[in-house]
Design a protein around this ligand. Sequence first.
Ligand SMILES: Cc1cc2nc3c(=O)[nH]c(=O)nc-3n(C[C@H](O)[C@H](O)[C@H](O)COP(=O)(O)OP(=O)(O)OC[C@H]3O[C@@H](n4cnc5c(N)ncnc54)[C@H](O)[C@@H]3O)c2cc1C
Length: 257
Amino acid sequence: MDLYREVLSLDTGEDHDYHDEWCRLQAIASPTTSTVYEHGFVTLEKVMGDDLDIVNNARVSFNVSSQEMTEKEKGLLNFLMRDRHGSPWEAVVFRFHVRAPIFVNREWFRHRIGSFNEESLRYSLANEQYYVPKAEDVRRQTGKPGAYTFETIEDPAVVNRTLELFEHTQKDALNAYHEMLDMGVARELARDVLPVGMFSSFVWTVNLRALFNFLSLRNDTHALREIRTYAEAVEELAAKACPTAFELFNTHGRVTP
Ligand SMILES: Cc1cc2nc3c(=O)[nH]c(=O)nc-3n(C[C@H](O)[C@H](O)[C@H](O)COP(=O)(O)OP(=O)(O)OC[C@H]3O[C@@H](n4cnc5c(N)ncnc54)[C@H](O)[C@@H]3O)c2cc1C
């Protein structure tokens, strides 16, 4: 909590490194943050609505409303989920702040129902953070398209060389980036040499119905392991805001209503 107070007392200022550190500290200190991988995080910054708002979105059909969640209200939510009445679930809106590798963000941004704002390397300096998998995440791919399986590679020589290549290529790219900046090349051009393992941050505003769709696809065994790790963090944070909705999402097979 002391750390949280310290962060709140900071002024972000213009300086990029300072701002970056401010974001990192804020994320770690926030009670609604999950750290993901070494340099990433998911923060649930704001929530509008809860289980009762979904109920009352539906009840407006009859021009009535409920004041509290009882078994009757839960029964209504169960009906809405089971019979896939979709729009009442849009009553709840989340705003997340995420820092993830660019290859994860690229998959995330395919989810068009929602709103994104991402940091720009035309205006700010790239941070020095890049993704290196843990040894157990170095995997092989077998099978056919649509039915791939991924198994951890046990051979330490392959694992070590893979981790070494991750480190070397990202460091080399960062060195090239800084060399160009030092020569006066524009940030918007120098950034082009940076690899997709670099971390980048964005703000995501999304309603619960679209979030269920994201989770059904990305917090799933078929999803890329790294985006799934982020989706798990998102789900854990969001479920606290409307627990009945998430309970029913799971009961009914994680199908988007
Ligand atoms: C395992 C996996 C593998 C993938 N592989 C690839 C790949 O190889 N290449 C690739 O390009 N993408 C790939 N994708 C991305 C995928 O095709 C979707 O673009 C992405 O998952 C977003 O899903 P969505 O359209 O349901 O979400 P959103 O864009 O958030 O849309 C939510 C819902 O709104 C409706 N909707 C939104 N836009 C439209 C529209 N224009 N017309 C009609 N209805 C709409 C649909 O009902 C949709 O389900 C993959 C996704 C997964 C999970």
